[in-house]
Design a protein around this ligand. Sequence first.
Ligand code: CP
Length: 336
Amino acid sequence: HPKALLKAIHEDGAFLKPLENQHVVSIDQFSSEMLLQLFRLAAKYESNPERFSAALQGKVLISAFYEPSTRTRLSFESAWHRLGGDIMSITDRSSTGIAKGESLEDVAEMFNNYGDCVVLRDSQAESVHRMMNTLRIPIINAGNGIDEHPTQAMADLYTIFKWRPELIERDLPAEKRIHIGIIGVPGKMRTVRSLLKIIAHFPDMLSEVSIIHDKREQALFAEGQRESLEAAGLKITTYTDLPAVLPALDVVYINAIAWMGDDYETFGNRFKLSKASPLKAGAIVLHPLARGEELSTNLDATPHNWYFSQARGAVFVRKALLTYMVQRGERVMDVI
Ligand code: CP
């Protein structure tokens, strides 16, 4: 699958030059061509996962996760290690000066002296922006409150393109377009928010995007969110009955939790997927994980399970992003 995607994308690394030494906070910063070039490099890395690259040798990552994470932290750290770099990891803000009242701006000023790149997860949407006020090294948003999780969305779309590389084509005929169903609240879930932004870069691959939600949910979209997605070319529909729409979906995106400030809120026990669900033959299920009861383990051994591939692919997507952010583009080709 990565080889088919690699073949489908014409190489032009020049599109990624704007990433050099830049912060990555939102999917808004990326064009469709930049994303395709990132996916091309990711597919190149994934096609040859054992090959060592020294692209980041001598570079130090500050991995600051002030909120729990399994996949994002470890896949960023794995990506950095596999590119030959070194890592300093903070997994608890109370072990830093923040516990003594030090400002995020001052912490970021110190980070300038210690590392070459920062990856930050924080429950507050504004934290990444506050650190950017004093950072002179790039920072990557690894999830900021309910706002965005851009590299997760990259991993999501990379997975979809590996599943069907023809979806990268412009003017795809109607019969080849896919119907994506997203179970969640776009206004309150960072993974969903970033996913919608990233698929809006490729409206030609979609026949419809359905949001499946709890009917008690009052504010499904943030202000202006639906309008801007529709202006980008997405045809958005909403449903409250999962089994009714499930047989029509080619991609089912499910998420365990809605982010409500600092708290987890379980999002609807009624929205569960299992082997017994009326999934379309050939449909794929994506989930950013960690899962709860909404995604039965009895789907793991079925062809619908693309969520493990999604998590695996994230390492290669992050390797590709880091390569272009921290290493000069012309040197990239010498080392991969
Ligand atoms: N997908 C994701 O963000 O997972 P973690 O919370 O484990 O990083």
